[in-house]
Design a protein around this ligand. Structure first.
Ligand code: B3K
Ligand code: ZN
Length: 853
């Protein structure tokens, strides 16, 4: 298969200003007629090349006359054309029912829907399926009226009517030129939660959240989030919505979270449906974030799209940054930042440290679907955040305005964006651009000396080698820094923004009488790893006194991490510093309970593993359980007090205060269970039974699932029976068991893979069991290799149905360089078995072969 390179970009030989599509919809055989107005772009006599994937033309005509001098080359329809402007008409037949890849037009739950990003449109019709070909779309759909009473497409509805044969039709028109990846249609039996939003310039927009009738009561949260997002983008970025309708459709089978199709977002139902009985607080937050994300794409993605897929982070990094800002404004900005950094460290840092590491703007790919990664999304967002930090809020807004104005209606590049930041912000970002081209997480070492009134901070940076990039240049690292007096606990001067851009730098602070303690990378201002010479006492001090909430959390995490690493490497560790710091945090009445809950949670087993050159999953597990148990026992009274103080009989509310109480209560329950208290299982079961919301019910279930009380099976059965009709909640049932810390988790997961409710055909279900298991560090990395074998078997089976989803679940197998030789050999053997599988998709082949390289 052919590798694509960023440097090979050439403008399209033909443009398509306008397209009209006519769908005769049928699940078994849908006819698609396309009418493309094509114009030659520049000089040359290149034939028209239209991408196609699995399509056979039933007819081709040029300027109204049937032709037969076309040919098919690598799936592309090649049509020789003599002039500079023509009308091309094609007709194809496709089978949505047979489409298990969920790319193109497919069936989900009896409805028909589309997913085109990145290259799904070519599975629907022949077209130059690349993001720099912008067309206006007119779409006509005809379908059985009883089965598909609702017909939706991009843009505004134009007309609709009934036919005599029981079918009906609808026509939609999208006036905004768009790339084919933003095309969408939906045909289904759907109910609508309707609303309106009036933009600040007075446009009244009809909003609709479309779901199956029975799910209608679960759509208010999403509709509210949509309205809030629309207002937020006007207020914070000055961006208004531009059509008269905005529809969102929820479907159960979806490869990703959601899709920003112009005027017709299509969502994985898990990011729409919520009520207190079935959705956790985490789910509610994620729904609001994803609704906002897709809405924000209307400007950062749709009005300004990407020139080519190497520029993917142009829209994704920026839009993640925008949705993070939105979520931060809805509740605690500090807790949001902690969650985002935790997510970055759990997914992006390992990616950057492994065989699949790639720059935020990649140089090459085999399958673009494999590049919808945490690096493109989350590290991409950190790059925007750093530029915003360097510019400051006002100049950042000016620079964003410049970008939106200058590139509106075009397909742009990351370089275009950075140039606007430079011009609008009045800064030089020449060296900063290395963030787009160099992969790997920079490491910064920091040491602070104090001598006679002067503090000297020595900083050194190093960017580790990554595949294809052995030597790196020093980057620009914006580090927010502040010093605190060790005796007084007071800040020694204001916070400074240091732009570290050399390999080694020294910063001097004068007039420092007291011994200073270093607070660095406050707010996680740069996505780097800090290695400092701060002692356990310094970290404990910062955990108490730092005025930056993220830095306070971070000091605590570092203290915990050092303790866990000592425990894993040496077999035991002194827990006192952690226990004291946790106790102080719990006792500080000034702190927000939601923050406290984050601060007192131990780093995950995987994150501890990521710090070690060779991961010993058993030793890490034991060290972590030992510290958890010690914290649980030593602070037993506090956990019980907190548990009681945060349990109330007040009915469920989705407010920051109620969420914070649920969070800290469930963290406390976890510590009570970890302490080995004899009544812990009964407490958890009581919470499980009494809960009026999923956050408390699932929190209790997780605690029970990790243990071996008889109540464990009882709770699992009750949960299963209660929610057997709700796919999203059953996903939680599978996931909770796959994440269990018990010794028999692999056996349990293997049995669940045979459960009648399990299927690989639904991506959410596949991820809930297989994906969750593969990130359960200890269970997955069992010394006998059975975890690796299980994952490989499942991926090979899944690849036949849905390559994209299979490929996404492969990375844990590629981490073998971080394990002992015995485990590494077992992992490699499974990767080799995958690569050798006949008929493997290029998605899975790329991920597995790169992992082995
Ligand atoms: N832009 C979509 C990505 C879907 C791609 C699937 N291969 C979702 C989002 O980032 O908003
Ligand atoms: Zn996105």
């Amino acid at each position: 298969p052919a590798i694509k390179h960023r440097q090979d970009y050439r403008p399209p030989a033909w443009l398509v200003p306008n397209v009209a599509l006519d769908f005769a919809l049928d699940p078994a055989a849908t006819r698609v007629r396309a009418r493309l107005e094509v114009t030659r772009n520049g000089e040359g006599d290149a034939p028209l090349r239209l991408d196609g994937d699995g399509l056979t033309p039933l007819s081709v005509s040029v300027d109204g006359l049937a032709v037969n001098d076309w040919r098919i080359e690598d799936g592309q329809l090649v049509v020789p054309l003599t002039g500079d402007a023509h009308v091309i008409e094609t007709e194809v037949a496709i089978a949505p029912d047979q489409n298990t890849q969920l790319m193109g037009l497919y069936s989900s739950g009896g409805n028909l829907c589309t997913q085109c990003e990145a290259e799904g449109f070519r599975r629907i019709t022949f077209f130059p399926d690349r993001p720099d070909v912008l067309a206006t779309y007119r779409v006509r759909m005809t379908a059985d009226k009883a089965r598909y009473p609702v017909l939706l497409a991009n843009g505004d509805p134009v007309a609709r009517g009934d036919n005599d044969d029981g079918t009906h039709w609808a026509e939609w028109h999208d006036p905004f030129p768009k790339p084919s990846y933003l095309f969408a249609l939906v045909a289904g039996d759907l109910a609508c939660n309707a609303g309106t939003f009036t933009t600040r310039s007075g446009r009244e927009v009809q909003l609709g959240i479309w779901v199956r009738e029975g799910d209608l009561p679960k759509t208010d949260h999403a509709l509210h989030a949509l309205k809030t997002s629309m207002a937020w983008d006007e207020r914070v970025y000055g961006r208004e919505y531009d059509l008269d309708v905005f529809n969102i459709v929820a479907v159960d089978d979806f490869n990703f979270g959601a899709m920003e199709n112009k005027g017709l977002n299509i969502f994985n139902s898990r990011y729409i449906l919520a009520d207190p009985d079935t959705a956790t607080d985490y789910d509610y937050d994620a729904i609001a974030a994803v609704v906002a994300h897709e809405y924000f794409h209307n400007w950062s993605g749709n009005r300004i799209t990407c020139r080519d897929w190497f520029q993917l982070s142009l829209k994704e990094g920026f839009t993640v940054f925008r949705d993070q800002g939105f979520s931060a404004d809805q509740g605690s900005a500090a807790v949001k930042r902690i969650e985002d950094v935790r997510g970055l460290r759990a997914s992006q840092f390992p990616e950057d440290a492994g065989p699949l590491a790639h720059p935020v703007r990649p140089e090459s790919y085999l399958e673009i679907s494999n590049f919808y990664t945490s690096t493109i999304y989350n590290k991409g967002a950190e790059l925007i955040r750093m530029m915003a930090t360097i510019l400051g809020p006002e100049r950042f807004r000016t620079a964003c305005d410049l970008y939106f104005d200058r590139f509106d209606g075009t397909a742009a590049t990351c370089e275009n964006f950075v140039a606007c930041m430079e011009e609008g912000g009045g800064v030089d970002l020449a060296q900063f651009r290395l963030w787009y081209s160099q992969a790997g997480t920079p490491r910064v070492s920091a040491s602070l000396d104090h001598d006679g009134g002067r503090a000297t901070l020595r900083l050194a940076q190093q960017v580790p080698p990554t595949p294809g990039q052995s030597a790196k240049e020093p980057m620009v690292l914006p580090l927010r820094i502040r010093l605190f007096g060790a005796e007084t606990g007071q800040p020694l001067g204001p916070e400074q923004l240091v732009l570290l851009n050399e390999t080694i730098e020294t910063i001097v602070f004068d007039g420092i009488a007291e011994r200073p303690v270093l607070s660095i990378n406050r707010g996680f201002s740069a996505p780097v790893t800090i290695e400092s010479d701060r002692t356990a006492a310094d970290l404990a001090f910062l955990a108490r006194h730092d005025d930056d909430p993220f830095a306070r959390y971070e000091a605590m995490q570092q203290l915990m991490l050092d303790t866990l690493i000592a425990g894993a490497v040496e077999g035991e560790a002194d827990h006192r510093a952690v226990i004291d710091a946790v106790a102080d945090t719990l006792d500080d009445p000034a702190l927000d309970p939601a923050f406290v809950a984050e601060a007192v949670l131990l780093p995950s087993e995987s994150f501890v593993g990521d710090q070690l050159s060779i991961v010993d999953p058993e030793a890490i597990y034991r060290a972590r359980e030992a510290l958890r148990g010690d914290l649980g026992r030593t602070l037993a009274d506090r956990w019980r007090t907190i548990y009681e103080a945060n349990s109330s009989d007040a009915p469920y509310a989705y407010t920051p205060a109620a969420k914070g109480a649920r969070r800290i209560r469930n963290v406390a329950l976890g510590y009570i269970a970890a302490s080995g208290a004899s009544d812990a299982a009964e407490m958890a079961f009581r919470q499980f039974e009494r809960a009026d919301n999923m956050t408390d019910r699932q929190g209790a279930l997780s605690t029970l699932v990790n243990g071996d009380s008889d109540l464990r099976e009882a709770a699992l059965d009750i949960f299963y029976n209660r929610y057997s009709g709700n796919a999203l909640v059953l996903d939680k049932w599978f996931q909770t068991q796959a994440l269990s810390t018990r010794d028999d988790t692999l056996e349990a997961v293997a049995a669940l893979a045979e459960h009648p409710s399990f299927t690989l055909a639904n991506p959410n279900r596949a991820r809930s069991l297989i994906g969750a298991f593969a990130v359960n560090q200890r269970a997955f990395n069992r010394a006998d290799g059975a975890g690796y074998r299980f994952l490989a078997d499942q991926l090979i089976a899944l690849d036949r149905l849905n390559p994209q989803t299979a490929a996404k679940l492969l990375p844990p197998l590629g981490r073998f360089r971080r394990f002992d030789p015995a485990r590494a050999a077992l992992m490699r053997a499974e990767l080799e078995r995958i690569v050798a599988t006949p008929g493997l998709s290029k998605d899975l082949f790329e991920q597995a072969s790169k992992s082995l390289a």
